[in-house]
Write a protein that binds this ligand. Sequence first.
Ligand code: ZN
Length: 137
Amino acid sequence: MKVYFKELTFSTDKRYQLVDITYEVEKAVRESGVKDGLCLVFAPHATAAIVANEHEGGLMQDILRKIQEEFPRDGGWLHNRIDDNAAAHLGSAFIGADRVFPVRGGRLIRGTWQNIFLVEMDGPRYRRRVVIEVMGE
Ligand code: ZN
């Protein structure tokens, strides 16, 4: 079995932001040489997440609005007593910091309207990491 590991970094410039990382993830799959297997996309952060959905400006704003409605910054969260970012931790915990995609014929399988996004919820951050691991034959 082949295992390919790559770490990418992205900068964010807003508190809440979707960063489209589809191109970089698909590039990593090509570089891996894996034909059939799995591609893990993982953000090693407690205040960010990974999602797959449509890259449409309105929907991207809708997703960010829904996150803030579900996890309001002024929710009376206990973590805010020591660190003013409980809402971002909750978003990361409930949305999830990882997604796994099938790889077939050397290509990552995703829907036409499924771009891959890093979800920033505690920006701006100079250096957000995304780990990609491609495994298979
Ligand atoms: Zn915190």
